[in-house]
Write a new protein. Structure first.
Length: 289
């Protein structure tokens, strides 16, 4: 019985000691993590102040008569207050955030995307005019004209793609030639400024090797461009021939209906006597009356 009371007393004493230590650790002094956190916060604040002073020192002074952004907006953190009555629409000429028109900027076309060949322009204009005339004169389509039109549309799409690729190849080669001159002049100038004679000789040889490689590439590229020019002459010849065929088919639809009298005129002419008899009957009928 005494042993039981002794054990209870020991447990109460141990619990009191643990509670006292926990209270002291929590409220009496800072824990190790808390101290570290405070130190890190203080160090961060000092670093921010130092960085702010550094930026202030390197920023140039404002020009005379020009107010700095900080002076113009002394309280940037203060939200802008709308003083208009609630529910009242904004005055005319103003826009809300959702009503501000956004202008979509269209990038300019590349220099090689515009076809300036006179023959190609004349062919396209001729077909456009021909089709407008067919529509204005209400020309009836024919099987031959429809087949030629389908063929022309397919050919034109392929031909325009080929001409665009040719113009792009030629434009890029011209730009490469122009850029190469500037590039090699810059490389030669930089090499000539090297103070180390050994390294300077090394880069002089390297510049010469690079120039020879480019010259070899340039000869091959211009040879390919020459072959492309010859092919384009053949394609342009065929484009003009197909264009003339299309115009001929369109023109045939304009006069194909004039080789016979329109059906409405012929039909009414065959019934001419019938209408004449009915006219006489009406006249006799009313005259007797």
């Amino acid at each position: 019985m005494k042993l039981k009371y002794i054990l209870i007393g020991v447990l109460i004493l141990v619990g009191g000691v643990i509670t006292a230590e926990a209270y002291s650790d929590t409220f009496g002094r800072d824990t190790a993590p808390s101290s570290q956190l405070k130190s890190e916060v203080a160090r961060t604040q000092r670093s921010a102040r130092d960085l702010d002073r550094t930026y202030t020192n390197i920023m140039p002074p404002a020009p005379p008569g020009l107010q700095s952004p900080a002076a113009a907006n002394p309280e940037p953190d203060q939200p802008e207050v709308d003083e208009s009555p609630p529910g009242e629409p904004p005055p005319p000429g103003t826009y809300t955030d959702s009503e501000i028109p956004v202008e979509e900027s269209t990038p300019p076309p590349a220099p090689y995307e515009t076809n300036t060949n006179p023959a190609d322009q004349a062919a396209l204009e001729a077909v456009r005019t021909s089709r407008e005339q067919r529509a204005n004169l209400e020309a009836q389509d024919s099987e031959y004209a429809a087949a030629v039109e389908t063929f022309y549309n397919e050919w034109t799409a392929r031909y325009q793609e080929a001409t665009a690729q040719h113009r792009r190849f030629r434009w890029r080669l011209e730009q490469a030639d122009r850029r190469a001159g500037e590039y090699f002049r810059t490389q030669t100038d930089l090499t000539s400024r090297m103070p180390n004679a050994t390294r300077k000789a090394h880069y002089q040889a390297k510049d010469q090797e690079e120039r020879e490689l480019y010259t070899e590439w340039q000869v091959q590229a211009h040879d390919i461009l020459g072959q492309s020019n010859i092919i384009m002459l053949e394609l342009r010849q065929l484009n003009l021939e197909i264009t003339k065929q299309t115009l001929s088919a369109d023109f045939a639809t304009l006069y194909q209906e004039f080789h016979q009298i329109p059906a409405a005129i012929s039909t009414l002419h065959t019934e001419l006597d019938l209408f004449r008899q009915r006219s006489e009957q009406l006249e006799n009928q009313f005259n007797r009356g």
